[in-house]
Design a protein around this ligand. Structure first.
Ligand SMILES: O=C(O)CCC(=O)C(=O)O
Ligand SMILES: [Fe+2]
Length: 322
């Protein structure tokens, strides 16, 4: 592995206020973000707005107790049948995962959605029993969503299409997925599991808790292990933003391998466009001819888990490449 490729770019977002776009360190950070996303498709964000205390409360006080529940409780985390609701809820042994499981909350920035999730997995809880869980998960997801939107806004500004942010943002929703991985190197059998893959969504904000495991592949093909730290998150481009930007951003392959003895926990905030994914006309010209046919995210996720998709490394290109 070459020396310069042994680390992901690190960007300090402590001087960025997501509620004040353009202010303070925003323009300088935007330039770094654009450089990192074009070259690596991801970066490590120093983002103390998600405080180490809130992060500890998220994992020790909310995520770990959740995974300690009986599998029948966890399986109640279900939002509806495939294909529309692919990967929206519980994933585990019933889906062919071995040594890993995950639960997910749709619209985690809405307090009532977190509350509905908690009521489903703890149906016998008394009034107020889930309040701490809801506050912690909602609070952490909100901080991560603020970072996600700030980065997405920077991308559109950086590409000269700032006025496209509001309409895209209006159709964007979030999924908050929590993972638990047993120690040891596993065979990842399920197409939705974290064997090498590109994310299908727009941006992912990954929060690793204490135990490392996330690895990102560079364009040159080297794997970089991303060390967790109490004030940093990984921001990563998925195929939806790659397509929307007409292939100007790189969507990196990544995987999870847990090498030590301890179980690993992570939480990821995915942003997902609900609208048809189509590069705006400003991003298409003679120098940048259209690279992908317009498509809907759900349809592409359906394709991604098909036998046909398994034959292609670049599933987006196979699905709708021009
Ligand atoms: O657990 C992680 O750090 C990443 C998981 C992942 O890549 C995914 O859920 O798409
Ligand atoms: Fe992923």
């Amino acid at each position: 592995m070459s020396a310069e490729a042994s680390q992901l770019p690190k960007i300090d977002l402590s001087g960025v206020d997501p509620s004040a776009p353009g202010a303070g360190a925003w323009p300088a950070v935007r330039a770094q973000v654009m450089g990192a996303l074009a070259a690596f498709g991801c970066f490590v964000a120093h983002y103390p707005a998600l405080t180490p205390e809130l992060r500890a409360a998220l994992f020790d006080g909310a995520v770990k107790p959740l995974f300690a529940l009986p599998v029948d409780s966890k399986r109640r985390n279900y939002y509806g049948p495939e294909p529309e609701k692919f990967f929206h809820g519980y994933l585990g042994e019933p889906q062919g995962l071995d040594g890993q499981e995950s639960l997910a909350i749709m619209d985690p920035t809405k307090h009532e959605a977190v509350r509905a999730f908690a009521d489903l997995v703890w149906p016998d809880a008394g009034d107020g029993d889930n309040a701490g869980f809801c506050e912690t998960v909602h609070g952490a997801a909100k901080r991560m969503a603020e970072l996600e939107e700030a980065v997405r806004r920077m991308v559109l500004e950086g590409l000269g299409v700032a006025e496209r942010h509001e309409p895209l943002n209006e159709s964007t929703w979030h999924l908050f997925r929590m993972w638990r991985y047993d120690s040891g190197e596993k065979k990842f059998r399920h197409p939705g599991s974290p064997g090498p893959h590109q994310d299908t969504n727009a941006l992912s904000v990954v929060c690793q808790h204490e135990v490392e495991g996330l690895e990102v592949r560079t364009k040159a093909g080297d794997w970089i292990r991303v060390e967790p730290s109490p004030a940093s998150l990984v921001v990563m481009v998925g195929n939806a933003l790659r397509a929307w930007t007409n292939d100007r951003l790189h969507a990196p392959f990544h995987r999870v391998i847990v090498r030590g003895d301890a179980p690993r926990y992570s939480a990821i905030l995915f942003s997902i466009p609900g609208c048809k994914i189509q590069a705006p006309e400003e991003l298409v010209d003679d120098e940048h001819p259209p690279r992908f046919k317009p498509y809907y995210h759900d349809d592409f996720v359906g394709f991604s888990v098909s036998e046909e998709a398994a034959r292609h490394e670049d599933k987006l290109k196979a699905y709708c490449g021009l």
